[in-house]
Design a protein around this ligand. Structure first.
Ligand SMILES: Cc1cc2nc3c(=O)[nH]c(=O)nc-3n(C[C@H](O)[C@H](O)[C@H](O)COP(=O)(O)OP(=O)(O)OC[C@H]3O[C@@H](n4cnc5c(N)ncnc54)[C@H](O)[C@@H]3O)c2cc1C
Length: 374
């Protein structure tokens, strides 16, 4: 049962966003930065935004050489380059919005580790990327393999354009910024449905023990993989990712972000710790889930890589393991379109959504403002 005050004050906003991850936060900020007079409300089902945005590896990346070559093969050179441009533009926007301190940035660069059988022509890749970066992106860095202490790799490719984020600081800073801009974020508010009639969208939520209906002019759905539950017919496949981080290792020999196994395995230093994740390709079927949880086979596989190839002969202990839920589809492109006259979808961010999200936020904010003002 609602009070008069609740109905009048809390249950409506010009724009409502479903999902308080990086896409929801970035979109809310982009709208507020352009139109401070619009009221923006984010409804987040969890206590924290616990899909992918607070659970990822913090690579500020745009695709390793093998990932990019695979993208070109699947979607063609032109579309693949557009996707790189979106990721790169998203990273620039994120770095404009937050300071290095707020992002917890470390600019060590990124590497891809390869085995001999994989031949990659760096000059072709660099020429293809020239319209986005304006200078060569990748260079051979195999001479550093020994110094980093890695075993079982024959070649290493380096890019100075990649960086590391502190994922926790980044999301916390976006959240604080949103609150400072007057964006209201209600956690524990699971959206269970919506109905669009005559220029008003009624958004139904499941609170602690009561269902509440919010009203808005424009609804933005930014719940990434969880959209697959609400609209099963859409081309959205959840993909769980496994991650663990070690306790500090004295004399850790490398700094940077590393991709291997065509991007399916990634690792980085976090101070003197090693964070490693991925390995979905070892058990795709089990990992097609929206449920957080541990996959023992994948964890064992990641341990094997860590022990035999990354820090061979070095004793380590795991501090904490976790999982996060990504969203994939037949296409690597995010889904960005109106699904109904007043409902916009910004979902399916894939494995590099920390990079994409700010670009998407800008795009969606323009769509929403145009639609409100037209
Ligand atoms: C293990 C792992 C490692 C990754 N590493 C990287 C990386 O290094 N670099 C990179 O760029 N990207 C990485 N990613 C991908 C990146 O984290 C995601 O693409 C990005 O965070 C997606 O953001 P989002 O806001 O769209 O979705 P999410 O972060 O999933 O946010 C969606 C939010 O919607 C909420 N929600 C869902 N349903 C409802 C509902 N019905 N009502 C209200 N709220 C709802 C969820 O609780 C969630 O908080 C990684 C992802 C994972 C899982």
């Amino acid at each position: 049962m609602l009070s008069y005050w609740e109905r009048e004050t809390f249950l409506s906003a010009d724009v409502i966003i479903v999902g308080g991850g990086i896409t929801g936060l970035s979109t809310a900020l982009s709208i507020k930065e352009k139109r401070g007079n619009l009221s923006v409300l984010i409804l987040e089902k969890d206590i924290l935004a616990r899909g992918a945005s607070t659970r990822n590896a913090g690579f500020a990346c745009f695709g390793s050489p093998t990932e990019l070559l695979e993208d070109i093969e699947i979607m063609g050179a032109e579309k693949a380059l557009q996707l790189v441009a979106m990721r790169w533009s998203g990273l620039q926007l994120l770095r404009k919005r937050l300071t290095n301190k707020e992002l917890g940035i470390s600019q060590y660069g990124g590497y891809e580790l390869l085995e001999d059988s994989l031949k990659i022509e760096l000059s072709d890749l660099n020429n293809w990327l020239m319209p986005v970066f304006g200078q060569p992106v990748f260079q051979d860095a195999s001479n550093k393999l020994h110094g980093f202490g890695f075993k079982g790799y024959d070649r290493m490719i380096f890019t100075p354009f990649e960086a590391q984020l502190d994922t926790g600081k980044t999301i916390d800073s976006l959240w604080r910024k949103a609150e400072m801009q007057g964006i209201r974020i209600l956690t524990g508010s699971k959206v269970v449905g919506w109905k669009s009639t005559g220029g008003v969208v009624n958004v139904e939520t499941l609170g602690m023990d009561e269902s509440l209906v919010f009203k808005t002019k424009k609804l933005i759905i930014a719940n990434n993989a969880f959209m697959s539950m609400m609209k099963p017919a859409m081309d959205i496949q959840p993909g769980r990712g496994q991650v663990f981080i070690t306790h500090p290792i004295s004399d850790l020999k490398f700094r940077g972000s590393f991709h291997t196994d065509r991007g399916y395995v990634y690792f980085r230093n976090v101070g003197n710790r090693v964070l490693i994740g991925g390995g979905r390709n070892k058990d795709f079927e089990t990992e097609k889930t929206l449920k957080q949880g541990e996959n023992q086979a994948i964890i064992r596989y990641l341990h094997g890589i860590l022990e035999k190839r990354i820090i061979p002969g070095v004793a380590y202990k795991i501090d904490i393991k976790w999982s996060g839920i990504m969203a994939f589809g037949q296409e690597k492109y995010p889904i960005l379109h109106w699904s109904e006259p007043d409902v916009y979808l910004a979902v399916r961010l894939g494995g590099m959504g920390m990079a994409l999200a700010s670009h998407i936020g800008e795009h969606v904010s323009k769509e929403i403002i145009n639609s409100i003002e037209s």
